[in-house]
Design a protein around this ligand. Structure first.
Ligand SMILES: [Zn+2]
Length: 132
C-alpha cells in the first residue's frame, strides 16, 4: 500500500477503502442500510473475506461455508447498484449488477437481493437472479 495513494474501495464508490467498506470489513462497524451492507459484501467477495460474508448472512439461509478459494480464476470487475428499496423498517431489496471474468471471459450477475434487519443489524437473506 502506498502512503500517498490509499486504495479505492472495490465496491466502486470512488471512496478510500478504509472510509467505505473497510469500516465494516476491517473496523467492525455495522452497515447503516441494506445497500451499504450489499456493497460491503461485494467488497468481501473481491477480498475473499468468507467470515464477513457468513456473518452478514441471515441465519435461516446461511451456508456452512463458501469455499471462495476454490474458484481462484474468478476476478471481480465492478459493481453497479441499480435500486435500493426499503419496504419497511426491517425489510429491503437491492438490485445490482456485478461483473466478473473467468478465464478471460466476462460475465454479469444481475440480482435482486433481499435483506432483513434483526437486532438493528442488516443481513442478507436471499436473492433472485435476473436473466440477461
Ligand atoms: Zn465500498
Amino acid at each position: 500500500m502506498s502512503a500517498t495513494q490509499p486504495p479505492r474501495c472495490p465496491c466502486g464508490s470512488e471512496q478510500r477503502y478504509i472510509d467505505c467498506c473497510g469500516r465494516f470489513l476491517e473496523n467492525g462497524e455495522t452497515p447503516e442500510t441494506a445497500e451499504i451492507l450489499m456493497r460491503s459484501r461485494y467488497s468481501a467477495y473481491t477480498l475473499e473475506r468468507e467470515q464477513y460474508l457468513l456473518m452478514t448472512w441471515h441465519s435461516s439461509t446461511r451456508p456452512s461455508s463458501l469455499e471462495l478459494k476454490r474458484s481462484p480464476s474468478q476476478h471481480w470487475l465492478g459493481l453497479t447498484v441499480k435500486r435500493h428499496l426499503q419496504s419497511d423498517i426491517d425489510n429491503a431489496t437491492v438490485e445490482f449488477v456485478a461483473r466478473y471474468k473467468i478465464n478471460g471471459k466476462a460475465y454479469r450477475l444481475h440480482e435482486i437481493s433481499r435483506f432483513v434487519r434483526e437486532n438493528k443489524t442488516w443481513h442478507y437473506l436471499d436473492g433472485d437472479i435476473l436473466e440477461a
